[in-house]
Design a protein around this ligand. Structure first.
Ligand SMILES: Nc1ncnc2c1ncn2[C@@H]1O[C@H](COP(=O)(O)OP(=O)(O)OP(=O)(O)O)[C@@H](O)[C@H]1O
Ligand SMILES: [Mg+2]
Length: 363
């Protein structure tokens, strides 16, 4: 999968830009606050997903515009040239693929795939379980067609059940309703948990291999999916667990177990990375997870995802930078950097300059 061109209008501080990345490595250089990450974010939007910076769609259009960003791209996937056009704004994200009819951008899932590495992803190790669930969910939505609809349905049921649980006055009258919710949620929970468990096993295989290579085999990486509904993803078993949690749910006023409370435990040399990992080890762990994610995409889609590397090199020591650049292999990579010298030396990268939202190719 390769991005051939992107035409950007009114996205963040980028009023107008035409970007033609190299099929191999492209470096975007520029000082702080010039719009480098904004460019990567605009490319990521072409996947149809929400921004990786967790902001609302309506915050993305340029502040001095009419309130809508337009992103038009040509890319190569499934053996042919394809096009995606997306508008982003207060009406959400609307997309059309190959000039077809307009639909919700989330329906594009799997057409154009990116893996992003960004300093914000350190939250994958350091942050709350919600960050790790978001990571798994975003990845699975891109590669597993059924996952998004199951997740949506589960989230909808969860909100309704929580509303019932909150309303303590009517809780006795709501018992029949709760039972109906439990059954439907158990089914969706079973599907979500088994997708996630399988994904985390594959992720662990790839990430532990990458982590050992980066650390020169001195350190080990492992990972576990921690499910609040136990290790058995059978719907009957999950329903039993959910029913058993009923009194806790009523006492707390929300659903206390289910995929919305699950977590991924990341271990370095057998200890939780969140607690014991050093800064550099945590960064390397995130990098390893992201490389593993790219590997899974490659296998599932039969295509290399586009790699978006935001300011990643500046945080790594020399040997880790070199390792990463070597690992990029045949993938298309778009890398932001304040100092492009290193990458220019290491690869035959194209270099583009971003200044105040204006993008120019450096000759
Ligand atoms: N909706 C918006 N409209 C206009 N400008 C915006 C909007 N959102 C963000 N910006 C501007 O974009 C700039 C930040 O861009 P970005 O995060 O891409 O910088 P960067 O080049 O990646 O910097 P750094 O090297 O610090 O990471 C800020 O100046 C910010 O004010
Ligand atoms: Mg940035």
């Amino acid at each position: 999968m390769k991005l051939i061109s992107e035409k950007i209008k009114d996205f963040r501080n980028i009023k107008n830009a035409d970007f033609f990345p190299s099929t191999a490595v492209t470096v975007i250089c520029g000082e702080n606050g010039q719009g480098k990450t904004n460019l990567l974010e605009s490319i990521f939007m072409l996947t149809g997903a929400k921004s990786f910076r967790h902001v609302k769609d309506r915050e993305l259009p340029n502040k001095n515009s009419t309130g809508q960003s337009v992103l038009e791209s040509v890319f190569f996937a499934e053996g042919r040239k394809q096009e995606i056009r997306i508008t982003v704004g207060s009406k959400g994200r609307i997309a059309s693929l190959n000039r077809g009819s307009e639909r919700k951008a989330s329906e594009l899932a799997g057409k154009f795939c990116c893996v992003v590495f960004s300093p914000e992803h350190l939250d994958l190790v350091k942050g709350t379980p919600a960050e790790r669930r978001r990571f798994i969910d975003t990845a699975l939505c891109q590669i597993s067609p059924g996952y998004l609809s199951d997740l949506r349905e589960y989230t909808r049921l969860l909100a309704q059940k929580n509303a019932l649980l909150k309303d303590a006055r009517n809780i006795a009258a709501a018992f029949d309703m709760l039972e109906v919710y439990d059954e439907r949620m158990a089914e969706k929970a079973s599907s979500l948990a088994s997708f996630r468990r399988k994904f985390s096993t594959e992720l662990e295989t790839g990430a532990s291999e990458a982590y050992s290579s980066v650390s020169g085999d001195r350190e080990s990486f492992s990972m576990r999916y921690l499910s609040t509904t136990g290790d058995d993803d059978d719907p009957e078993e999950i329903l039993r667990m959910i029913s058993a949690a009923r009194s806790d749910d009523i006492r707390m006023g929300y659903c206390t177990i289910g995929p919305h409370r699950d977590d991924l435990e990341i271990l370095l040399n057998g200890d939780p990375a969140r607690v014991y990992g050093s800064q550099g080890q945590q960064r390397t762990a995130v990098l390893a997870l992201k490389l593993a994610e790219a590997g899974i995409f490659r296998k599932k889609l039969g295509e290399e995802p586009v790699l978006l590397l935001d300011d990643v090199l500046s945080e790594l020591d020399g040997s880790r930078q070199e390792f990463l650049l070597r690992r990029l292999g045949g993938s298309q990579a778009i890398i932001t950097c304040c100092d492009p010298n290193f990458i220019e030396r290491e690869t035959d990268a194209d270099v583009w300059q971003m200044t105040g939202g204006v993008l120019n190719k450096k000759e």
